[in-house]
Structure formats: structure tokens, C-alpha cells
Ligand binder design. Structure first.
Ligand SMILES: C[S@@+](CC[C@H](N)C(=O)[O-])C[C@H]1O[C@@H](n2cnc3c(N)ncnc32)[C@H](O)[C@@H]1O
Length: 223
């Protein structure tokens, strides 16, 4: 596990530097997709438009503890850190060592764990966070086996406070694939008021954002 710390001012300041997109980062993302398609679920990083659409779903004024799953090269992270309010805690969890290295280089002010989102409870403990207010997922859920979906969702439910916000994106085509439909049909077990935004066409592939609030008493698969 690797980690780096930073306060709110240091999160926002280096933004200009961070926004210089790197060809090497795009190449690495594509290479990761070729090597681990099921873990990546996409051949290109998310667009700024999608990152903004995700961030717009969150009530940042009440978000004291926020986590991002799967930051990749940091495109969504870059938007999120401009919204985190001073004094709030934010960290990210990335499974790929290669992408974590790029994200750290691009956004050195972000606390980043090279780990799996399955370990969110343990990582919150490390951070001194009792319960999260917001979980932002960039994970390719529809590409995951059901067992992994269940274990990440179960851990998320433990870490997220009742009524806490869960935000994720999915690709538009996932609305029509059996795996995508199966995953989306599971969300109401864990979250109330599950809803989605309009399609973000300025993304490759076009995507939409889903969100819901953690149920008071969710039915946890396998529990
Ligand atoms: C679709 S990419 C999104 C990357 C980036 N957030 C973006 O929007 O461009 C999915 C990311 O999730 C990461 N990932 C996959 N499984 C993971 C897991 N179990 N825990 C944490 N990250 C994971 C992948 O390595 C990859 O960086």
C-alpha cells in the first residue's frame, strides 16, 4: 500500500499543472485495458464532462469523508479535489500499480492507496474515518464477476453511513448488456432512490451517472 497526504489548499493549487494531459498516461491506460480488460472496463480515461457530471451529484457542503474507487490516471479525481471542502477528508483507492503511479505523479497532493476497494473498511480505519459520507465509484462493475461485485458492495455498505451518497458511472451500452442490467438491478438492495442522469455524450464511450443513498437496513448478499 502506498499513500501520500495533503491538505485542502495543496489539493487545489497544483490543478493547472495536473491538467496537462500526458500522452504517456493515455498509452498506459490503453495498455492496462489490453492486459486487464475485466479490471479496466474502458480503453480510455473519462472525460472532464463526465467527471463534472459525477461531482455535480454530490452535496459537498455536507461531505466530511469522501472516497473515490478506481481513480486510474486521475481524471475524475482532478475534478473531485476542487470540490472537497476545507477540513474534509478525501482519499482514493486504485488497484493497478502502474495507474496509481501515474495518478500520484499527476496529483501528488492526493492520498492514494494502492489497494482494492474490497478493503475500504480497513482503509477507513487507517484514515481514522468512522463512516463515509460519500463513495464515488469509477469501477467497471459490469465487467466484474458477481462475487467481486458483492464483496465490494458489502464492504461499501459497511463503510458508508446510512443515508450516505453512492455515485458511480456506467457506459450507456451497459444498459443493454445482460451483465450491466444484472448489476443495475442489484443496486436497490443497497441504496434508496436509485436514479440516473442523462447520457454524457462527451465521453468515450458515452456514459451516464447513477446514484443513490445507502439504505438504513440493506440486504447484504452472502451475509
Ligand atoms: C474504467 S477505469 C476508470 C479510471 C478513471 N477513474 C477514469 O474515469 O478515467 C476503472 C479503474 O478501476 C480500477 N480498479 C479495478 N478494480 C479495482 C478494485 N477492486 N479496487 C480499486 N480499483 C480498481 C482500474 O485499475 C481502473 O483504474
Amino acid at each position: 500500500m502506498g499513500e501520500q497526504a495533503g491538505g485542502h489548499d495543496r489539493l487545489v493549487e497544483p490543478r493547472r499543472k495536473a491538467s496537462r494531459s500526458s500522452l504517456a498516461a493515455h498509452a498506459k491506460f490503453l495498455a492496462e485495458f489490453i492486459t486487464h480488460p475485466g479490471r479496466m472496463g474502458a480503453f480510455a480515461a473519462s472525460s472532464r464532462a463526465l467527471a463534472k457530471r459525477m461531482a455535480d451529484q454530490i452535496d459537498w457542503s455536507n461531505a466530511q469523508a469522501v472516497v473515490e474507487y478506481g481513480p486510474g490516471t486521475g481524471t475524475v479525481t482532478q475534478e473531485l479535489i476542487t470540490r472537497v471542502k476545507p477540513g474534509a477528508k478525501f482519499f482514493a483507492i486504485e488497484r493497478s500499480a502502474e495507474l496509481a503511479a501515474i495518478c500520484r505523479k499527476r496529483l501528488p497532493q492526493v492520498k492514494l492507496y494502492e489497494d482494492s476497494a474490497e478493503n475500504i473498511v480497513e482503509l477507513c480505519r487507517k484514515e481514522g474515518i468512522e463512516q463515509l459520507d460519500v463513495v464515488i465509484s469509477c469501477l467497471p462493475w459490469a465487467s466484474f464477476p458477481e462475487k467481486l461485485q458483492d464483496s465490494i458492495l458489502a464492504a461499501t455498505i459497511k463503510a458508508l453511513k446510512p443515508g450516505g451518497t453512492f455515485v458511480m458511472f456506467g457506459y450507456q451500452m451497459g444498459l443493454f448488456t445482460p451483465a450491466g442490467r444484472r448489476f443495475h438491478s442489484r443496486l436497490p438492495r443497497y441504496f434508496d432512490n436509485v436514479r440516473r442522469t442523462r447520457v454524457v455524450w462527451l465521453n468515450l464511450p458515452p456514459a451516464l451517472v447513477f446514484m443513490g443513498e445507502r439504505k438504513q437496513q440493506p440486504v447484504i448478499a452472502g451475509a
